[in-house]
Design a binder for this molecule. Structure first.
Ligand code: CDT
Length: 315
């Protein structure tokens, strides 16, 4: 008997500035119930799933930013009902949030995701490594992408957990554009990768047709899942949020690189798929048998060099 687990992407439509945490938690619980009623045992919510995507604004008052957009504990009194519902329903979940923590007398802020077991307890934490955008104010731009201002680079690396009978890793949004992030998880045997995202429909940095943005999102998801022989759940927060549009297209991708399920709206929506976890194992033992085929002695530049430098072999 091969191992199966029904997994779900619980996509969120817009969360506006005016929406309270309490209202968002109610929506998350409704999505969790819907996914569980379809048989899902593991549910992936988006990145920064409790608030509007606040890095689109330049804000000077850090204490106000902390109060409105960051969580000093998880669960907190406001989010506890989500954890209680997970325990009541016996489902595990992934959720992203802004993490505020005091370490060695210093306030630190991360773009964080946690893995919560079907008993409602936190199993693992990941702090986003690849922070896109900029730290300076760009007053001429239609919107900001200030992740480099509001967050520190994650400091706990890429890990996997033995979770509900599948080896599971976490990534967040922009990480999905970097093959190294997936390979770090695959080298630890990841069979499921969970990832939440908020991706503006418009490219802040240069003009790009929105359809091409989605095309890149889908080809990355398919290739990362296949080349790392893993199930991949990528869940959006999307729609027109406080006047700024982000695309949906949440997906569940099989280790074969095939899209098993995809959302069709830019609103709250659940998709599920009964994932054959051993399909990942089969590929890991054949085409992507890393131990047999990888040649790390030829990959040294990957860890030694950050930016590309032109060094032609012929001078
Ligand atoms: N949230 C997030 O990481 N979004 C980025 C937008 C990049 S454009 C500055 C993404 O990769 O989808």
């Amino acid at each position: 008997m091969s191992r199966h687990m029904k997994i779900a992407a619980a996509q969120l439509g817009p969360i506006h500035l005016a929406d309270s945490r309490e209202a968002v938690v109610k929506r998350l619980i409704a999505l969790m119930r819907e996914a569980q009623s379809q048989g899902a045992r593991f549910i992936v919510f988006p990145e920064l799933a409790l608030t509007t995507f606040f890095p689109r604004w330049w804000m000077k008052d850090q204490s106000e930013v902390d109060r409105r957009f960051f969580e000093a504990s998880m669960p907190s009194p406001v989010t506890q009902p989500l954890f209680d519902e997970s325990k009541r329903l016996g489902v595990g979940f992934y959720i992203g949030y802004g993490e505020l923590t005091e370490e060695a007398g210093r306030m630190r802020r991360f773009n964080t995701a946690i893995l919560v077991g079907p008993d409602g307890n936190v199993v693992g934490k990941y702090r986003k490594v690849h922070l896109p955008g900029h730290a300076d104010h760009k007053p001429q731009a239609a919107f900001q992408h200030l992740e480099k201002k509001y967050f520190e680079v994650g400091d706990i690396g890429f890990k996997v957990w033995r979770f509900m009978d599948a080896i599971t890793g976490m990534l967040i949004c922009n990480d999905r554009r970097w093959p190294e992030a997936f390979r770090m998880l695959a080298l630890q045997g990841a069979e499921i990768v969970a990832l939440g995202f908020n991706t503006p429909t418009e490219n802040l940095h240069y003009p790009e047709p929105p359809a091409l943005r989605v095309h890149h999102h889908l080809i990355m998801a398919q290739s990362m899942a296949f080349q790392n022989a893993t199930w991949l759940v990528e869940t959006a927060k999307c729609g027109v949020e406080d006047g700024f549009r982000m695309f949906g297209h949440s997906v569940i991708v099989a280790p074969t690189g095939e899209i098993a399920a995809k959302t069709t709206t830019e609103d709250d929506e659940v998709i599920c798929f009964n994932a054959d976890i051993d399909l990942a194992q089969n590929l890991k033992q054949t085409m992507f048998n890393f131990a047999a085929h990888r040649r790390p002695e030829h990959y040294k530049l990957i860890i030694e060099r950050i930016g590309a430098e032109v060094t032609p072999a012929n001078g």
